[in-house]
Design a protein around this ligand. Structure first.
Ligand code: HEC
Ligand code: HEC
Ligand code: HEC
Length: 391
């Protein structure tokens, strides 16, 4: 594990733990961190709102789980006490800090937009850009405040000076010639930016806020030199990471864009906070449960090993007559495949997103085909468990 990754691991870990078993999550785990006033004033109106072709959430959930309190006769919204009860009940479908792991957001969202496959109450939103969806996401994010480095970084600076860098149309000789947003609104990585609205040339304020959260986790406040955002697109000769699939956009620290990003990172105070235990990927689980997936034949597809014996990430060639890898080969596979994994965060791991159908939330394209059509697929679940640190 790269030392640079450590500062934002704690957030990822918290999200992943809660995501594993949301229905059983005790309210006490989340109760203290989510914002009640935000829920009462901004989230509850969503439950009361009528959307064409759908019953209001309230109509069904007055009698279902999670439960909404019955409105008092003549009332058009809930009183304080009822709101508190709603607040308790609905926290159980939320992973504080992590909208994508929260059933509140995924259940009524269309699968094409990354939502769950099915909700008996219908799909109320067709895009994550929907303002209602954004409101719910903003509430869920109030729950990450205590671990989030974002609080010390300057949002206005980010919105007015950093985001234009992501949006800038590039010359063919700059990096890969593509704008950052072209790839980073689509591919699975930790830099997952919001999709731009149709015809839009910039993000809305709500979208910028979600981007801000995501981008903040890729920097060490106060320290540009250890910030992944600044190292990944920087040439190795200038101290950057060895490789970035999107290309090297900056050849020196004097580059004005690099300087702008550095100035933003310096708006944050170095916390020097102790690094919480991060998710560690387990070798034995990889060897015994993940590797068989690479060898498995799926209808209409070549086996992973057929192509990846010669491609990146690489799988070792099987020894003559062998049906699986020996210990040494398995270790090499383990090293190579960690590079397409964000420990603790399946949704940011190309191992999971690349071979997953886009309708199920996967990347748009994988030259090797789409091997899974749902996140419920048992193989996908095994990979996901490995990424979450299962032993
Ligand atoms: C037509 C009735 C109906 C409407 C309208 C409806 N729901 Fe549901 N909802 C259900 C039923 C039934 C279930 C349980 C079965 C399922 O998961 O699909 C459910 C399940 C859920 C769950 C998952 C609960 C769990 O414990 O996993 C969430 C979250 C949810 N609904 C949120 C909403 C939201 C938010 C709205 C409004 C935008 C809404 N629902 C509108 C009927 C409805
Ligand atoms: C042609 C597509 C493409 C473009 C354009 C692109 N990237 Fe990337 N970027 C990727 C891919 C794929 C990855 C994940 C693999 C890797 O790390 O190389 C990635 C990874 C990253 C990461 C690390 C994310 C993580 O999960 O740790 C950062 C930071 C990043 N890119 C920043 C940028 C910035 C800033 C720009 C614009 C100046 C940019 N990228 C342009 C494709 C692209
Ligand atoms: C028919 C050949 C083929 C098969 C079969 C195949 N792949 Fe791939 N895979 C590729 C090629 C070519 C690329 C690089 C181009 C791309 O990203 O689509 C790739 C890219 C990837 C990447 C992204 C690598 C990176 O650095 O960004 C991952 C992860 C991946 N494959 C996983 C798998 C898994 C897991 C399987 C089996 C379930 C599989 N592939 C089966 C050909 C294949």
């Amino acid at each position: 594990m790269n030392a640079i990754l450590k500062p934002f691991m704690p957030i990822v870990v918290a999200g992943a733990l809660l995501a594993q078993a949301p229905p059983q999550t005790p309210a006490s785990l989340s109760a203290s961190t989510l914002d009640f006033a935000f829920f009462r004033d901004r989230v509850q109106p969503v439950f009361l709102q009528k959307r064409p072709g759908h019953a209001r959430c309230l109509v069904c959930h007055e009698n279902g789980t999670p439960r909404l309190e019955e409105l008092s006769p003549g009332a058009t919204t809930w009183n304080e006490e009822q709101s508190r009860k709603n607040f308790e009940a609905w926290q159980r479908v939320v992973a504080p800090g992590d909208p994508m792991a929260s059933r509140l957001l995924m259940h009524p969202l269309a699968p094409q937009a990354g939502g769950d496959p099915f909700h008996a109450g219908g799909k109320h939103w067709t895009s994550q850009s929907d303002p209602e969806w954004q409101t719910l996401a903003a509430w869920v994010r109030t729950g990450s405040a205590q671990t989030n480095s974002a609080s010390t970084l300057n949002f206005e600076f980010y919105r007015t000076r950093v985001e234009p860098i992501f949006l800038k149309i590039r010359q063919p000789n700059e990096g890969s010639g593509n704008a950052c947003f072209t790839c980073h609104t689509k591919i699975a990585s930790r830099l997952r930016l919001q999709p731009l609205g149709a015809g839009a040339t910039a993000w809305s304020e709500a979208q910028s806020r979600s981007n801000f959260e995501v981008v903040s986790r890729l920097v060490t406040p106060g320290d540009p030199a250890t910030s992944r955002l600044l190292l990944h697109p920087l040439s190795p000769e200038a101290g950057g990471d060895p490789a970035h699939t999107g290309g090297k956009f900056w050849t020196s620290n004097d580059n004005p864009e690099w300087q702008t990003l550095a100035a933003w990172v310096r708006t944050g105070k170095a916390t020097g906070a102790a690094v919480a235990p991060s998710v560690t990927l387990d070798f034995a689980y990889f060897r015994d449960r993940v590797q068989p997936i690479f060898l498995q034949k799926r209808l209409g597809h070549a086996r992973c090993v057929v192509c990846h014996e010669n491609g990146t990430p690489r799988l070792e060639e099987l020894s003559p007559g062998a049906t699986t890898w020996n210990e040494e080969q398995s270790r090499k596979n383990f090293e190579a495949w960690q590079r397409v994994v964000a420990p603790g965060d399946p949704m940011a791991s190309r191992l999971l997103m690349h071979p997953l159908a886009p309708q199920a939330g996967g990347d748009p394209f994988h030259a090797g085909g789409k091997h899974w059509t749902s996140q419920q697929d048992p193989e996908w679940q095994i990979l996901s468990n490995w990424v979450r640190g299962q032993k």
